[in-house]
Each structure stands twice: as C-alpha cells, then as structure tokens.
Design a protein around this ligand. Structure first.
Ligand code: F6P
Length: 353
C-alpha cells in the first residue's frame, strides 16, 4: 500500500536542509510506493484552515543539495500545540492530506513539538536533527554546524587583520544560544585570543588583564564570544521575546555589553561585530552536504520500516537513531572540562576565568 509521507523543516534555517529534503524524497521515491509531500513553513503549514504543501517529486528535489536555506520554508514561532483549536485544525489537515508519517527536520524545539503531536493526535513522526548550534542531545554533530564554523572562522580572520592594523580590541559575537560549540570551534580555528562561552561565566577583570597585557606587546586582541555568554553574577543578553513562540527568548548583543565593560579601562579602542544570520545563510560545506544526505537517507529508512518516534543521529561517526522523547527540549552544551576547552586554556587562550 502506498505511504504518504510529509516532510517539513522547522525552527531556524540551517545550511544542508535542502540536501536532507532531497535525500528523504529520493530514497522514498526510489523505494517505491511512497508519495512525498512537502509541508510549507514548518508546522505553520498544518495550522491554517487548509494545509499548505508542495508535492516533492523527483525533479522538484533535484539540483538542490548544494543550495542554502530550505525550499519548504520554515518558522521558529509556529506552535501547533498552542491551543485546542489549533490542534484540531492540525489534526483535520493531517487527515485531509492522508499522511501516514511526517519527517520533521529541526532542532530540539521541533523534536519536542513532533513528539507532542504524536502524543496528542497520533501523528507518526521521524526526526532529523538540524542546527548550526550543534546542541542537540545524543548527536555529536548536526549538519549546518561545519558551515557556520567556516563562516565564523573566516569572519574572525578578517577581523584580526583590521584589529592589528588599528591596534584595537575587536569583539566578534557568534550565535549558539546556550551552547558554546560555535564560538569554541571557530575561536580555536581562527586563533582568537579570548573565547567566551555560555557555559563558563566570564570574569571581566580576567578579560581586561588579558587585553591589557596584549596592549603592551601585540597591541591588538580578538575576542570571540558566544551570544549566550554572561559575566559572573550577570544575566544573559536578550534581544527580544517572541510571543507564542515555543522558544520565545531571542539572544543577541552580549558583544556590546562586553564592549561597555572593557572600554573604560582600556587604552585601545574596543569595537564589536555581531555576526548574526550570515552564520546561518549560504551554501553548505561539502561535509554538511554529505552529513545531511546521510541523515535524510536514514530517515527514509526509518519511515519505510515504520520506526516512528525515532530521530536520526550521529554517534562515534555512525548514523543510527534515538527516541525523540530523549531529545525533546534537551540541550547538549559544552562540558566545562571538554577536551577543546582544556586545550584552549593550555595554549594560552583566555576563557574569561
Ligand atoms: O538555533 C539557531 C539559532 O541560529 C541560534 O543560534 C540563534 O540564537 C537563533 O537561532 C536566532 O533565531 P532568529 O533567527 O529567530 O533570530
């Protein structure tokens, strides 16, 4: 009997989404007896009076593996579990589309919503982890992260050349929410002098001392700070709150906070660059294209085997799956004694301690 399989991308976009969509659709189409239907704008595409979809045939998903963004669109404020009416519309739309399963490609928030929908309306789901933050539990590397690290590293290197010319302290703020993986790996790759992570509250005096010592010798400093970092005894810097979003807090601006903390006590000029969405946009690296394709291919296998409630994952270099319930709303943060943290400290990088 033909299976009708929905595919959606939820949460913030991420390089490699199209490669997953292509691999899911092509694997299912090649397997036979599967019809693949793209759901537009994440769960939002199921929340209206009628479903919004894009049929995914072979031609529609060809030529997209290397392209950034998602051909399906996404939303990180759609909450299908918001209230009883919304849930009823979602259930009606799922019935109208006669979906046998949905492949939900997203972060921990999307996994939690998919898991919630499975419980609330019996929608069978398979999850594929995506995020440039690399913070999904039980998954050692999500696609999109490699691309974001490459972008942030390139930006940090460019900032270094202008910092050294002007003898400035330059602060570069990366994304990453509550996880410092992006700041840590790009900071190490770009040989940043100071790396500040959400997982290790920084001591302003320690960062100052490091910058002051460099003022005497190298005469410039590059600081890489994750957006979720905060000073000891301080608060995280919120950019805004988005009403009704399953994850309403949007971070951003800690680089400016740090500048205000440092500037009065330094001779050099201090400047801040917030990298923002350039880290999420653009074409995926070859590594991310391959990883995304592996994830999509495996997700199709889970659908074919009707192993619903599972999320594809990468552990010790191998693709397999974990229960979505184990991943929903859990974040994989940088352990303060992680090998890369210890190494950075040992080679003289200031971690704000
Ligand atoms: O989770 C991915 C992410 O890019 C975070 O690193 C960042 O905090 C957030 O999304 C930004 O979301 P928005 O695009 O809604 O500002």
């Amino acid at each position: 009997m033909t299976q009708r399989v929905g595919v959606l991308t939820g949460g913030g976009d991420c390089p490699g989404l199209n490669a997953v969509i292509r691999a899911v659709a092509k694997s299912l189409i090649r397997h036979g007896q599967c019809e693949v239907i793209g759901i537009l704008d994440g769960f939002e595409g199921l929340m209206g009076e009628a479903p919004r979809v894009l049929p995914l045939d072979w031609l529609r998903v060809s030529g997209i593996a290397h392209v950034g963004g998602t051909i399906l669109g996404t939303s990180n404020s759609a909450n299908p579990l918001r209230d009883a009416q919304t849930l009823a519309r979602v259930a009606r739309n799922v019935r109208a589309l006669a979906l046998d399963a949905v492949v939900a490609i997203g972060g921990d928030g999307t996994m939690s919503l998919a898991h919630g929908l499975a419980g609330a309306i019996g929608l069978p789901c398979v999850g594929v982890p995506k995020t440039i933050d690399n913070d999904i539990a039980h998954c050692e590397r999500s696609f999109g992260f490699d691309t974001a690290v490459a972008t942030a590293t390139e930006a940090l290197r460019r900032i270094e050349s202008t910092a050294s010319s002007h003898h400035r302290v330059m602060i570069v703020e990366t994304m990453g929410r509550h996880a410092g993986w992006l700041a840590l790996e790009s900071g190490i790759a770009a040989a940043a002098d100071v790396i500040l992570l959400p997982e290790i509250d920084y001591d302003v005096d320690a960062v100052l001392a490091h910058c002051q010592a460099r003022e005497q010798r190298q005469r410039y400093t590059v600081i890489c700070i994750g957006e979720g970092a905060k000073a000891r005894g301080g608060q995280m810097t919120e950019r805004e709150r988005v009403a009704h979003s399953p994850d309403p807090v949007r971070l951003g601006g800690v680089g400016h906070v740090l500048r205000a903390q440092l500037q009065p006590r330094l001779q050099s000029e201090v400047r801040t660059t917030v990298l923002g969405h350039v880290q999420r946009g653009g074409d995926p690296t070859p590594f991310d294209r391959v990883l995304a394709t592996r994830f999509g291919h495996y997700a199709a296998k889970l659908v074919i085997q009707r192993r619903h409630g599972r999320m594809v994952t990468l552990q010790r270099g191998r693709i397999h799956s974990v229960a979505m319930s184990d991943v929903a709303n859990v974040q994989r943060t940088v352990p303060p004694r992680h090998e890369l943290v210890v190494m950075a400290r040992d080679i003289g990088v200031c971690l704000g301690e």
